[in-house]
Design a protein around this ligand. Structure first.
Ligand SMILES: NC(=O)c1ccc[n+]([C@@H]2O[C@H](COP(=O)([O-])OP(=O)(O)OC[C@H]3O[C@@H](n4cnc5c(N)ncnc54)[C@H](O)[C@@H]3O)[C@@H](O)[C@H]2O)c1
Ligand SMILES: O=C(O)[C@H](O)COP(=O)(O)O
Length: 644
């Protein structure tokens, strides 16, 4: 046995671990296979390069999935390569740019466990060593094949005396190494699994960051989508406090696929449900979810939240958040975000189009035409120019609507329960009645807070002008439908546009049922005020952005239920996020714990609302488990998390 094959562990001051980490190289340490890359470099410019590179890749795969013996695959590839010693320098340069991302992120692991990290590769030392040592692997812990060359420097073969050039080379090598401890193998190929199959490893981790081979996955003790997963399950140091791929996102109600892309790019696990879920279904599905994405339909009740054991944040991919029990979310430390502006314009455009259609009688005329009736007449057809528009709820939608309506020559009035700046020549009404008595068109843009349930009924319709038009694009439960039906049937109202309903179907397969069906000059739309391509795309970009900021930096900027804190990431520090009930003494306790553990605070920000406090603390010293435990045990703590 060559002397370098006897493994001699050096005294290790960093760790007392007796585990040896055997790491494959190609498609594990690097995103690519070294020989495939060499083929591309060596054959560049040759007429049959593309076919030969493809052939090399095919043979590589056959060698890796076990369908061709390793030595056969190696010989065939070398024959196709026509490579020269001079190709190795560009190869190494190229591989430096193709190191697996999770390996690059976790150089600390290599530094701390250098003693016990061994790279065993069927690839070639000429390119394996420069890359592996750049991560911190010791040269003496790298085992790989070596090329043989002719007098001109052409690569002509493999050093046959190296055990790794043989079939089952990795197994034979491990047998010789006699590693004095447990052996965990990380790799993407069948030859890596064979070490475990031969009884020479205690665990085999199939590494899938770059490739997935079904026959390897099925043999694995554990599947590691990246190095963090391996480090996490083995409680080893890593660059993040929690691997991102373990963060599970559940998206409901046909959220635009842009959101899927963003969450996937961030590395989260994604589950998508096209329609909504009822309470029982959601209770079941939410158990291990950290991020929930919904639109206006899904009711996130206290009962649902009881089942949400791991929930960190909810994204309402819409404006309204009345469907979410925000108080319970606060008590449970769940931050809620929405998209307060992304569909505003879409609602405004629909409202404008409906008021024109209703005042002009477009809808009944069109219905008649579809039944073959030609009714050319100006009766009950008016312009909106000069008409009075009454906007109830002068928030983002109401205010934007007022600007467009004024531009079209309407006289605009608004009523709101809070003071709002009147834009342009818009007139504020002090009472709802004042608005209702004079408006030709009344449009609702209030939110769906519980107090607004049944807000508009017979009394309010009675105060409206005869022959006025009514719009509800806000929330279904705020209008009493029987009263609206009565106002329409009696002729009190000329027409109505209704986009939202007290009872809405859960998905497109369920029927729509309402007393409004079939009424004259009533435009019914299936809650599509915000459903335009533009709005849905914008929402799908906006909400994940807020959620990812919260997960990555702790920022709660624009959260609808959390105190808003926004801080840039602080290099060189560790960030501790503490959510607690808003009672005196919590911050003092946090600082006492940190001081008792000799931890220096480099930045601290606290914000509270009436229920909870949120404090972000940056500390400059690596924290230990005891500090974390002590911080979690502080009375009135709701949630505690460490960022990095
Ligand atoms: N149809 C749709 O698809 C669709 C799309 C987007 C928004 N919406 C609904 O529209 C609502 C308004 O959106 P926004 O972005 O303008 O919200 P916003 O919060 O900016 O404005 C709501 C305004 O209504 C006022 N208000 C609340 N209750 C009131 C009451 N009883 N009387 C008078 N004023 C009252 C508030 O003070 C606020 O100024 C949303 O909450 C949502 O429910 C529907
Ligand atoms: O609150 C909203 O933004 C609207 O009601 C739109 O909701 P949706 O996304 O469920 O259509």
């Amino acid at each position: 046995m060559p002397p370098h094959l006897i493994f001699m562990p050096m005294p290790d001051t960093q760790t007392a671990s007796d585990v040896f980490y055997v790491i494959d190289f190609d498609s594990t340490v690097t995103r690519v296979e070294g020989l495939d890359e060499l083929a591309a470099i060596a054959l560049e410019g040759q007429p049959d390069a593309a076919e030969k590179v493809a052939a090399v890749r095919r043979i590589t795969d056959q060698g890796m999935d076990g369908s061709m013996t390793f030595s056969e695959s190696l010989q065939q590839r070398l024959a196709l390569l026509s490579a020269h010693r001079d190709h190795l320098t560009p190869l190494v340069a190229s591989l430096h740019g193709k190191i697996s991302e999770s390996f690059l992120r976790n150089k600390a692991f290599f530094a701390q466990h250098a003693e016990h990290i061994i790279v065993i590769s069927s690839g070639f030392r000429e390119f394996v060593a420069p890359i592996a040592t750049s991560l911190g692997v010791r040269p003496e812990n790298i085992y790989a094949n070596e090329f043989t060359y002719d007098a001109e420097g052409n690569i002509v073969g493999v050093d046959q005396s190296n055990v790794l050039s043989e079939n089952n080379g990795k197994v034979k090598l491990l047998n010789r190494l006699q590693l004095p401890g447990k052996v965990y193998v990380i790799g993407d190929g069948y030859t890596d699994y064979e070490i475990r199959a031969a009884g020479l490893a205690d665990k085999f981790y199939a590494f899938t960051e770059n490739v997935q081979r079904a026959n390897v996955l099925e043999k694995a003790d554990h599947i590691a989508p990246n190095l963090e997963e391996f480090l996490f399950v083995n409680k080893l140091p890593m660059s993040v406090s929690y691997p991102k791929h373990r963060i599970k996102v559940l998206l409901l109600e046909n959220i635009h696929k842009k959101a899927n892309e963003i969450f996937q790019t961030e590395g989260y696990q994604l589950e998508v449900v096209n329609g909504g879920l009822d309470e029982d279904e959601l209770c079941e599905r939410i158990r291990d979810v950290q991020i929930l994405g919904i639109r206006s339909k899904t009711q996130v009740t206290a009962r649902v939240l009881e089942h949400a054991n791991r929930l960190m944040t909810i994204g309402a991919f819409c404006i309204g958040t009345n469907q979410i029990d925000l108080e319970t979310c606060k008590e449970k430390g769940v931050a809620v975000f929405n998209a307060p502006y992304s569909n505003t314009r879409s609602v405004v455009e629909l409202a404008i189009s409906e008021m024109i259609a209703l005042i002009r009688g477009v809808f009944p005329k069109s219905m008649a035409m579809h039944q073959g009736q030609w009714d050319k007449s100006a009766k009950n057809s008016n312009e909106i120019r000069g008409k009075k528009l009454g906007i109830i709820g002068y928030g983002n939608i109401g205010a934007q609507l007022s600007v467009l309506a004024e531009a079209m020559g309407m006289k605009v009035y608004f009523y709101d329960i809070v003071d709002r700046l009147a834009l342009g020549n818009v007139q504020k009404c002090d009472t709802l009645e004042e608005l209702l008595r004079q408006a030709d068109v009344v449009t609702l843009h209030i939110d769906g807070r519980p107090e607004n349930k049944n807000f508009f009924g017979a009394h309010e319709f009675g105060q409206m002008k005869d022959g006025a038009v009514f719009l509800n694009l806000a929330r279904g439960p705020v209008v009493q439908i029987p009263a609206l039906v009565e106002a329409l049937k009696s002729g009190k109202l000329r027409g109505a546009g209704v986009d939202v309903f007290p009872e809405e179907p859960k998905n497109n397969d369920e029927p729509f049922v309402s007393e409004l069906i079939g009424l004259h000059n009533v435009i019914l739309t299936p809650h599509v005020g915000g459903s335009t391509e533009e709005a849905q795309f914008n929402i799908a970009e906006f909400v994940p952005g807020k959620i990812i900021d919260y997960i990555n930096s702790g920022s709660t900027f624009m959260s609808v239920n959390f105190p808003n804190l926004q801080l840039p990431a602080f290099g060189g520090a560790h960030r501790l996020l503490h959510i607690h009930r808003n009672t005196p003494g919590v911050i003092a306790n946090i600082n006492r714990v940190l001081s008792e553990h000799g931890t220096n605070i480099v930045g601290q920000h606290l914000k509270t609302n009436e229920t909870i406090g949120y404090v972000i603390t940056d500390v400059d010293k690596a924290y230990d488990k005891d500090v974390i435990k002590a911080l979690k045990e502080i009375p009135n703590t709701i949630k505690f998390r460490v960022l990095y």
